[in-house]
Unconditional design. Structure first.
Length: 350
């Protein structure tokens, strides 16, 4: 498989991660939503994941690479960054619980055993109070759990399915998700709780991931060669415009259009303009996953505790400091995850 890297998709992933961060930090800037539709970035993540995983692994799977080697590769790629970010968030959670920022129902067993263990294993925190998938991660890890499950299904059987079959599954999944969006009156913002992850969460994540696989296959066949080349900066701005739309109620129709039409089109246009992607796109891509997993603890500290002075109310300047700190922490996590043990001298190794 070619070692090509799609810098345009890196930039798109990075901007999506920033909008998730800004969505979670909205109350730090002012009372009321800002980047309210940042949650749709999760659906873009699933779409991008399907494309990239098919690009990197589909030929290997067709050539005979089994499920176990595939999962080892994914674990080496995902787990070091996740565990570094999770360890920080767990430490913040334990400190907040011991300092009285969580109710007494968060007992010692919950604080010291259940939440840390389930967080590190990317499992729902059954046994903890409430319905949160992971109290230490502001629920962002629900999407990682769904991605693992979808990855397993893809590597076990999905890569063998014909493109037409996958496309039919995508359409059926998106239709089901649209119905669920109206039925729950939450649009596409579902699947976040421990009880909904294996139902609405999988329904939300699976068709977008498979859509990414379909896009990869059609892209490899040259289906989209006649699409116009649009400046990547404009395409990234378009995503910001989607994420910043604020509404007082759920928007199932808007979410459906954004996920099923705008997200795939935006990804295709970024692929067409990949050779024009600015250099900063690669840096954004490298920070996207670390930013996604490290920011919950910092945002929790800012929202609830007096550490940043934001527990008394919004302050745009302090909020910008928190955002900058999240980005800096993501850079540190990225750097730590790339560290490798120094090779031992021959005589020492003997």
């Amino acid at each position: 498989m070619s070692g090509k890297r799609f810098q345009g998709l890196d930039g798109l992933r990075g901007v999506c991660a920033l909008t998730v961060l800004l969505c979670h930090a909205s109350d730090l800037f002012h009372r009321g939503p800002i980047f309210q539709h940042g949650y749709l970035a999760v659906d873009m993540f699933f779409l991008l994941s399907g494309f990239v995983i098919a690009f990197v692994h589909e030929e290997r799977l067709l050539a005979g690479m089994g499920l176990a080697p595939f999962l080892r590769r994914r674990a080496r790629r995902l787990l070091p960054v996740f565990w570094i970010g999770a360890a920080f968030n767990i430490a913040v959670f334990i400190w907040m619980a011991r300092a009285g920022y969580y109710p007494p129902s968060f007992t010692g067993v919950v604080v010291w055993v259940i939440v840390p263990l389930t967080t590190l294993l990317v499992l729902p925190a059954f046994g903890a109070p409430g319905t949160s998938f992971s109290p230490a991660m502001m629920n962002v890890s629900w999407s990682l759990a769904v991605e693992w499950l979808v990855n397993i299904a893809y590597a076990a059987i999905g890569f063998r399915l014909r493109t037409r079959t996958l496309a039919m599954l995508v359409l059926a999944g998106w239709a089901g998700m649209a119905i669920a969006g109206y039925y729950t009156d939450k649009g596409w913002c579902v699947g976040l709780s421990r009880t909904a992850c294996l139902s609405q969460g999988l329904l939300r994540g699976t068709p977008s991931f498979l859509a990414g696989v379909v896009v990869y296959r059609l892209h490899a066949r040259g289906w989209f060669a006649r699409l116009p080349v649009i400046a990547p900066e404009l395409l990234l701005t378009l995503w910001l415009c989607i994420a910043v739309i604020t509404t007082p109620t759920a928007t199932p129709t808007f979410d459906w259009i954004a996920v099923t039409l705008v997200c795939p089109l935006l990804m295709l246009l970024m692929l067409r303009a990949d050779d024009k992607a600015p250099a900063f796109c690669r840096s954004l891509g490298e920070l996207s996953y670390p930013l996604y997993v490290i920011h919950p603890g910092i945002i929790l500290l800012a929202q609830v505790t007096p550490v940043f002075g934001l527990d008394r109310g919004p302050d745009p300047l302090r909020a910008l400091l928190v955002i900058a700190l999240c980005v800096a922490a993501a850079w540190v996590v990225s750097a730590l995850s790339r560290l490798r043990p120094l090779p031992q001298p021959r005589e020492a190794a003997a």
